[in-house]
Every structure is written in structure tokens, then in C-alpha cells.
Design a protein around this ligand. Sequence first.
Ligand code: G6P
Ligand code: MN
Length: 447
Amino acid sequence: MKAPYAISIVGGGSRYTPGILRMLVAEKGRFPLRKITLYDNEAERQDKVGAYGKILFQEYYPECEIIVTNDAKTAFEDIDFAFMQIRAGRMKMREMDEKIALRHGCLGQETCGAGGFAYGMRSIPAVCDIIKDIRKYSPEAWVLNYSNPAAIVAEATKRIFKDDFRIINICDMPIGIMGFYAKALGKRPDEIEPRYFGLNHFGWFTQILDKKTGEDYLPRLHEFFKTPMAAVGDLHPTDKSWMDTFKFMSKMIQDYEDYLPNTYLQYYLYPKHIVEHEDSNYTRANEVMDGPEKKTFAMLDEVIAEGKLKGTKYEPKPDELADGHAGYIVDLATAIANNTGDVFLCMTENTGIISNLTEGMMVEVPCHVGINGVEPLNIGEIPTFQKGLLENQFAYEKLTVDACLEGSYKKAWNALTLNRCVNDTDVAKAILDDYIEVNKEYWPELK
Ligand code: G6P
Ligand code: MN
């Protein structure tokens, strides 16, 4: 692999793709590209992102070719990296995942609770089929995979693509939370480094270290979270549900003095509270479809009609580039390409890293990243409370992957029963049967 690189963005029509394209333009010094391919199975969305990309690259990156395709060979031949961010079933199915669970009185969320199970059953075949295509045309390309629910997807890719160290499953949430901590501390995000353990969307920060002095800011952050919740939410001013999520961290941190929880733990530790505050007629899927999705695609339409970015209000601005989702994946690719050994939180197999957790679990831990892939830092033993939660969650995730790969109804039912946000045999069966009804096009048949 040598610079300039060729990459493919799988899920080219995603609302996140324009941000990744802008980030690639901004990072061309560190991570120079010769070719980028957008690949998607929904031409209408991808064509818009592609047309925007062509304008952007013509003005800011003429040395890099941009190709828009729905053909796997064109997308994956001669590439060094694939950035994957697909959503099997799209937002329409996310809405179903959320609303069906809520109808049964259980948490409906994109990646957590029953919603995450339904999405996992769609994602496993979709993601693995695409990786098989990538491997057919580029056996040594790095596959950096954001596709959710990442913990379940990671368990599946580990099993199907054994020992393929160039597949790395990642998530932008910890980095998003670190940005939030940095703001609270009055620091830049690159001045601090996390220590962390868990499963994806199910973990704890154990230390927030100053990269220079080694000081641990965790106690300071604990103090900070005792400030009024409203002020805490304002540090993350996006959509209402994300502001609520960040406000809620105050409560979690006050209830649990050890560590700092990932925001997603709110769903597992307070399912009753969360369900009571959800509107089963208007969930996060609706908020995303009406908000960021519409906004992004309206922007694309305007830029395409205008035919240029320079001199318009959509000209890329440096502060806009502080986008966690795009920044994290580009930083990770850069660390691999330049063999930096920088520390990132990634999913990797537990080979004794967390000594009292089941071996083989796909844990999310800090890793040095370079040309040989991820090298996890040692964590050691974790406390009983976290261990119990993690083992239960892992058993649920493992059974979900078993159910999907074996087509087993019994294992799917067991998985849902084990999920902390469901937890009841009859409810699990009722939810499962409703999900089967609407997922025929996506799930394997369960017998
Ligand atoms: C974070 C998580 C992603 C998740 C996203 C949902 O970035 O790390 O895994 O997909 O939030 O955001 P949304 O705006 O779609 O609710
Ligand atoms: Mn995530």
C-alpha cells in the first residue's frame, strides 16, 4: 500500500458521506488520495451525493478521481481502504424497529434493546456479503466498518472472516463523548486520551488522561457533572434527543460513582425511565428523517443547482470540519497508512485483555493503530458489576449472531429474552413475531 491511496465509501448515499468527502479534502496532506469510489444500492440518494462530490473535488481536489457506482467490481477493485457505513433497511426499518418495541412497552432504539436486535439481524447478512465482495477484488484492503449495531456486526465478522486483521469495527460515540469532555475541561480533543473498556455502545471510561502531563481528569469531570443538567446538555447543542442524552449523563454519573459511562448505558440502566419519556408516534427515526436527512439532501440539491461551492454559503469551512464521524474514520485510516501507533478505541477480540471476561468477546478498548492493525492495551480485571452486565450483554449479542447465521427461532427468542431492555419470555416472543412479519425481505428465515 502506498500513497496516494484509493478508497471506496460503501453506503455512498448516506447523509454522513458529504462530511467524509469534505474531511478527505481537508486531510489530503496527511492522507493523499488518487481515487475515491462511492458505492450504494440506492442510486437516487447516491447520485446526489456523487454530484455534490464531483463539484467539491473539481474545486478542491482535482488530482483525485471520483467514481459513483452500484457495481461491486468497479467499487472494490484496486482499493486500499473501504469505509463502510450501510444501513440495511434504511430509516424506514429503523422506524419499525423503534416503534414495534415501544408498542410492546420496551425500549425501541437504533442499536440498543429490541431495536438493535432487529437491526442486527438485517445488518449481519448485508455487511458480510459486501465484505465478501471486497475480499474478492481487494484481498488486502483495510475495511473500516461503522455499520451498526457494531457490537453484533463485529461478532459476526470475527466469525466469518477469521483472523482477517484488516477488518476493523469502529464507532464514533466514544470520540463524540471525548469532544464533549474536552469542552467541559476547556481543552482541545487532541489534548486528552481515554482509557476505556466494554462492548460497543456498552462501556465505561476509566480515565481521561492529559496526553502531555498524564494527569487524570476523571475526578474533575465527576465534579463537573454535578452542575445543573441543563448546562450540561447545552455543551452538546444538536437535536433534542441528543441534548437530552447528554443531560442524562449527569444523573448516571451521580448514581454511579465509578468511571464515566458511555451515553448508551442509559438505555440498559434506566429502561423504564427512557420508555416513559419516548413518544411511540414520533421516535428518533422520525427526528432524523425530518431533521438531518432533509437538511443534508436539501443542501445537496442547492449545491447541484448552483454547480459550485466556492463563493457560496456551502463553501467548506474549517470549523465545520470538526465532524466526529468523518474525523474519526479519516484519522484511523491515516494512522494505518502512516503507521503512527496512535491510540484509538476499536473493537477487537478479547484475548485476555480483560482478564475476567470471556475470551473471544469483541471488546471495545484503546488500541495502538498502525500498519499491522490494532494492538490493544491491557485492561486487567474489571469489577463484578460491570462484568455481570457485560457478560449478559455479550450472551445476548452472541445468541443474536447464532440466530442469524443458523436461522434459529429459538436462539432469536433466547437472545431477546436475555436483553436487559426486554427481559420477559412472553414479551420477547411477541416482539420477535412482529419483527419477523416486517423483516421478511431482510432477515434469514427462522425455523
Ligand atoms: C452515534 C453512534 C452511532 C449512531 C449514531 C446515531 O454517532 O456512535 O453508532 O448510529 O450516533 O445517530 P442518529 O443521529 O442517527 O440518531
Ligand atoms: Mn456507534
